[in-house]
Design a protein around this ligand. Structure first.
Ligand code: ZN
Length: 820
């Protein structure tokens, strides 16, 4: 019996509010709605505009279009629902219309049914906390506050920072419930009071709204004083979003800079201290960040007067707002949203092939009433497959917008995201039964949603059988050596039956790996897992030829496979007429390197086990598929993968789609050379290009068992040309078109990890292996590295720079006046 580990995590629903960033009225309403939603403080506010406004970048740079900015925010937060502040803002974003809501419908109005409204309201939470804590301690002092600004101009500011309740008559009950449950201290806010509040602990309505939620920000961030114009909605939106992704953000209105100056300078001096637990003397700094509304000319005078402490090394001024809408380049640490957890559970689920169901028991907040509106909270599910021979798909293409896949149940939707599989829970104590699929079945089903039919080819079947027979990629490692693959192939070419004397087999398997203690069990693996079958070779007394016999087909009389006559078992001199021998079985007996199955299996193993040590990545795979795009339009791929880099605590990276073409060795003799078409020819390259055109952004892999020096000049030229095509930057997707990876014997036969294999090769390989910053498990990085190693292309960054320079020269030439 196999088992699957199911991690379930409970968190509030994540709503992304779409609004024009200068809309004062509606941003205030958004702050208020979020005060009434459990976990509302962490819901992003996504600025929407038709044209990127001038204030967006202080220096007037236009790095992206308006729609790219909106999409960038969405990708950063992967919302469960969109909330339009005005109808139509979600148009063109490709979001499932059933998950687009209206701001005015978010909260249930007084007298409306329980089923109206969206998300989990704070009322259940207030009631629960009141019953559990506050009804007994009301007489004691607490630090819960209700903040109302002295001047109306600061209403938006106070709502963004502390929270505020709706004032509509039929929504007043939220504010009253807060009042009744906690009897908060009423704060009349001005600059002085704000400075006082920052000095002590306080609990605002916005903070109570995320009770029971653990927030993990994943990485250390220096505390930030965010200097903003309190009357500018766009600054408040920026503040809101920054606080949703980073800890320790304190807003400082320029209007109150005078009053807050003392506090700020003290804060900066106090925070200039060694980073706790860091032995290298790294210091913490409080940053003073200036919001986009603060005019550039005013920054220095403001800073000099109110913020600069003069303590050597302590002062850090930042004039730019972090571009949280922009994907991080591959060489930097990416910033992710925090992980919110209101409960988690890990269960091992029994699993069998004939009943491929995994049970998911949903987690609910303990404070939630039994009945309410639908989709009040979310469960994040992560699956880990332990024993099912690396066949089961537990990774899926990420799509939080309008996924058609995966469909584990006929009715319930699941959103595949970098966080995991999101299940929007409808009722308390609900339970799911998810139907799981193998990689091949899952990938085919997904292709069907793209109107593509896929059929397994013979080569694909052989690859699957090899991986399955050997019990997954751990077993595939048993033939990850050129001598072993060649040995297995040579046996298939033996006359009569693909068999080999037992001791010869053992010796030939073990001798290439003499002294390699960790791979000393290759022989046992291949024998025990059934790549070969033990039997006897008997010499026919009639025609003197040798044939192989299975153990259960032997007797005192046997039939010769060649002359078909019956002869007697050599009982008198068994040493001369009989010997124990292994025969290759199933896919292993197929000629031409198991019809390419070894190369494909080793290639898939590379992505599953070698490139990231098998820990920090996960693949779902399918081998040898013929894809039908139309009636007479078929393209074959030797393997298709979903590849995802896993992160233990935090969000995974987006899943990547990988198409691969795998080649075996050049044939060993003249006859084989004719049979085995081992070179990457133009058809292979065209096929891969076509796949990348159909699936923009996918990764293309050319893998061969050959050594790099055995690649012909023509092959290198062909693949280089495609690689340069793939290097082109696609603005719309904000990444290169189709990274091309080249794998050779160095990678396919790597015994353990890529780092280890490259480290032993010396030269450039070793250099790449030892550079700690280089993350080869990032396939875009791996593409760049292997293109340098095997195609002699310049590093991607250099290539891009040269291209820009050439373009600049051309432009200049065009603008220059014609020579006299
Ligand atoms: Zn015979």
């Amino acid at each position: 019996m196999s088992h699957i580990t199911v991690d379930v995590r409970l968190r509030p629903i994540r709503f992304a509010f779409l609004v024009r960033p200068d809309d004062r009225k509606r941003t205030l309403e958004i702050f208020k709605v979020n005060t009434c939603l459990w976990g509302g403080k962490f819901n992003p506010i996504v600025p929407c505009f038709r044209q990127v406004p001038g204030w967006w970048d202080r220096h007037g740079h236009k790095f992206e279009t308006a729609i790219q900015i909106t999409n960038g925010y969405l990708d950063m937060f992967e919302p469960d629902f969109l909330v339009e502040a005005e109808p139509g803002l979600a148009d063109g974003l490709g979001f499932d219309p059933n998950r687009v809501l209206q701001l005015g419908h978010m909260l249930a109005r007084d007298g409306q049914a329980r089923s109206s409204g969206c998300g989990q309201s704070v009322l259940d939470l207030y009631r629960h906390r009141y019953e559990a804590e506050f009804q007994f301690v009301r007489r004691h002092k607490h630090d819960i506050i209700d903040v109302v600004p002295r001047q109306a101009a600061f209403r938006n500011f106070a709502a963004a920072v502390f929270g505020a309740f709706p004032s509509d008559e039929d929504l007043r009950y939220f504010g009253r419930a807060y009042e009744d449950a906690f009897v908060p201290e009423r704060i009349s806010l001005d600059g002085q009071v704000l400075a006082g509040l920052y000095e002590k602990r306080f609990t605002s309505a916005l903070r109570i709204g995320h009770s029971k939620v653990d927030v993990d920000y994943h990485n250390r961030d220096d505390p930030t004083l965010f200097v903003l114009d309190a009357t500018q909605p766009r600054d408040l939106v920026d503040f809101w979003n920054l606080r949703a992704v980073r800890p320790h953000i304190l807003p400082i209105p320029i209007q109150w800079a005078e009053e807050l100056s003392g506090f700020c300078k003290d804060f900066i001096a106090r925070n200039f201290r060694p980073l706790p637990g860091n032995p290298n003397g790294v210091m913490m700094h409080a940053h003073v960040m200036f919001a986009r509304s603060v005019p550039t000319a005013e920054i220095e005078p403001l800073y000099a007067r109110h913020f600069r402490t003069g303590v050597p090394g302590a002062d850090v001024r930042q004039d730019w707002y972090p571009s949280i809408w922009r994907p991080a380049p591959d060489f930097t640490v990416r910033e992710t949203r925090p992980t919110l957890t209101a409960g988690s559970r890990t269960v091992d689920s029994e699993f069998s092939q004939d009943k491929p169901y995994v049970r998911i028991d949903c987690l609910d907040p303990d404070f939630a009433e039994k009945y309410g509106n639908s989709s009040r909270w979310a469960n994040v599910v992560r699956l880990r497959d332990w024993t099912f021979k690396d066949q089961l798909a537990t990774v899926f293409p990420c799509d939080y917008r309008a996924p058609k896949f995966p469909k584990f149940e006929p009715l319930a939707a699941t959103l595949p995201t970098t966080e995991g599989l999101i299940s929007l829970v409808q009722y308390k104590e609900s339970r799911h039964s998810w139907r799981m699929a193998t990689g091949t079945a899952a990938i085919n089903e997904w292709l069907r949603t793209h109107v593509i039919t896929a059929t397994l080819s013979d080569a694909g079947r052989a690859t699957s059988q090899i991986i399955q027979a050997l019990g997954g990629f751990g077993g595939v490692r048993s033939f990850a050596h050129p001598a072993i693959v060649k040995l297995l192939n040579s046996i298939t070419r033996r006359p009569i039956s693909p068999s080999i004397q037992h001791q010869e087999f053992r010796n030939k398997l073990e001798s290439p790996l003499k002294g390699d203690h960790w791979r000393s069990r290759n022989f046992e693996t291949l024998v025990e897992r059934g790549a070969v079958e033990l039997g006897m070779k008997l010499k026919c007394s009639k025609c003197s030829s040798w044939s192989w016999y299975a153990i259960d087909r032997m007797g005192y009389r046997v039939n010769c496979a060649l002359c078909l006559q019956e002869f007697g078992f050599p009982v008198v001199e068994p040493a001369k007429g009989a010997e124990w021998a292994y025969r290759l079985v199933g896919p292993f007996a197929l000629p031409n390197y198991a019809t390419g199955g070894y190369a494909a299996a080793l290639s898939i193993r590379f992505f599953a086990d070698v490139v990231g040590h098998g820990h920090d990545n996960n693949v779902a795979w399918s081998a040898g598929q013929e894809l039908a795009f139309g009636q007479n339009d078929r393209i074959e791929a030797d393997f298709i993968l979903w590849y995802q880099r896993k992160v233990m605590f935090g969000n995974d990276y987006p899943t990547q789609l990988v198409f691969g073409e795998a080649k075996s060795f050049r044939g060993e003799n003249a006859e084989e050379r004719r049979e085995i078409d081992d070179a990457f020819d133009q058809r292979d390259v065209d096929r891969m290009k076509r796949l990348a055109t159909e699936f923009p952004g996918s990764i293309l892999v050319f893998s061969t068992m050959k050594k790099p020096e055995e690649l012909s000049d023509d092959e290198i030229a062909r693949i280089s040309k495609l690689s340069e095509w793939g290097r082109e930057y696609v603005r719309e997707r904000r990444q290169s078109r189709a990274p091309v990876i080249v794998l050779t014997a160095n990678e396919l036969f790597a015994p353990y990890s890529l780092r280890d294999a490259w480290g032993k090769l010396g030269g450039k390989h070793e250099e790449f292996a030892n550079a700690g910053m280089i993350r080869a498990e990032n396939l875009r990085v791996l593409a760049d590295l292997t293109q340098q190693l095997y195609l002699n292309l310049p590093p991607y960054s250099e290539w891009l720079r040269a291209k820009w320079e050439r373009r600049a020269v051309r432009r200049k030439a065009r603008l220059a006046p014609p020579a006299a």
